[in-house]
Design a protein around this ligand. Structure first.
Ligand code: ADP
Length: 225
C-alpha cells in the first residue's frame, strides 16, 4: 500500500494556504486541517473555547501554543489512518513544530515535507486589505477581492453581502504580518535544516501556484523514494 502523505503548509497571511490546500486535496488522498478555519468555526459555534480565542484572533495575534497543540492532537486523532494529513496553518512557531514531531510520531505519521508559500509583505497587504467574503444565503462562502469588479457585481446581484474578516482590518493585518515574520518565518530554517522544505513562489494566480507546487512536490517525493 502507498503510504499516505503527511504535509505541512505554511506562509504569510494572504499567501493562499487554504486555496492551495483545497487544490492539493483534489490530487491526493489527504484530509486538511486548517487551524484558522477550525478556530473560526469554533467562534461561530459560540463555545467557551470560541470566546477565549475570539479577541486574540481579531487582533491578529497567535493563539497560545499549548492550547493549539491540545487542539491539534484532537484533530489529528480524528483523521483515518489510511488518509494523509495536510496541516494548513500549523505549526506557526518553532515550539509548535517541536510539539508536532511528538504528535505525529504518536500517531505513526512521519512528516514527508513542509511546503512554504513565499509572498512579499506588500502583496500580502494588498490581497488581505481587499479580501471579502461573499455570503449568499444557502450557499457556501466564497472569497473575492474588491479589485475584481465582476465578482463583486455577481455577488451583489445574487443577493449576497460582502463581509470583511475581523482580522482583515488594517491594524490586524499589520499585526499578523509582524507575527508571521517574527514567529513563523524561523520555520524556514528549522525545516530547511531537516531537508524537508519546499519553497514555492506564491505571487501568481491560484492555478499557476498550484502547478508549481504540484511539480515541486512530485520532484521532491521522487528524490525521497
Ligand atoms: P492567515 O494565515 O491568513 O492569517 P488563518 O486562517 O490561517 O489566516 O489564521 C487566522 C488566525 O487564526 C491567526 O491569525 C491566529 O490568530 C489563529 N491561528 C491559526 N492557526 C494558528 C496556530 N497554529 N497557532 C496560533 N494561532 C493560530
Amino acid at each position: 500500500m502507498i503510504q499516505p502523505l503527511n504535509l505541512v503548509l505554511f506562509g504569510p497571511p494572504g499567501a493562499g494556504k487554504s486555496t492551495q490546500a483545497q487544490l492539493l486535496m483534489q490530487d491526493h488522498t489527504i484530509d486538511s486541517i486548517s487551524t484558522g478555519q477550525r478556530l473560526r468555526d469554533t467562534i461561530a459555534a459560540g463555545t467557551q473555547l470560541g470566546r477565549e480565542v475570539e479577541d486574540v484572533m481579531a487582533q491578529g495575534k497567535l493563539v497560545d501554543d499549548t492550547l493549539m497543540t491540545r487542539l491539534l492532537r484532537e484533530w489529528l486523532g480524528a483523521i483515518p489512518a489510511d488518509r494523509g494529513v495536510l496541516l494548513d496553518g500549523y505549526p506557526r512557531t518553532v515550539a509548535q513544530a517541536e510539539a508536532l514531531d511528538g504528535l505525529l510520531s504518536a500517531v505513526n505519521r512521519p512528516l514527508n515535507a513542509a511546503i512554504a508559500l513565499m509572498l512579499s509583505d506588500k502583496e500580502a497587504v494588498h490581497r488581505l486589505s481587499g479580501r471579502r467574503i461573499c455570503r449568499i444565503p444557502g450557499q457556501p462562502d466564497a472569497i473575492i477581492h474588491i479589485d475584481d469588479q465582476a465578482a463583486v457585481d455577481a455577488c451583489l446581484a445574487q443577493g449576497g453581502t460582502l463581509v470583511e474578516r475581523p482580522d482583515d482590518a488594517p491594524d490586524s493585518i499589520v499585526r499578523r504580518l509582524a507575527e508571521y515574520n517574527a514567529k513563523t518565518e524561523p520555520l524556514l530554517r528549522w525545516y530547511g535544516r531537516r531537508d524537508c522544505l519546499i519553497l514555492i513562489d506564491a505571487d501568481g494566480t491560484p492555478a499557476t501556484v498550484s502547478a508549481t507546487l504540484s511539480a515541486a512536490l512530485d520532484t521532491f517525493l521522487r528524490k525521497e523514494m
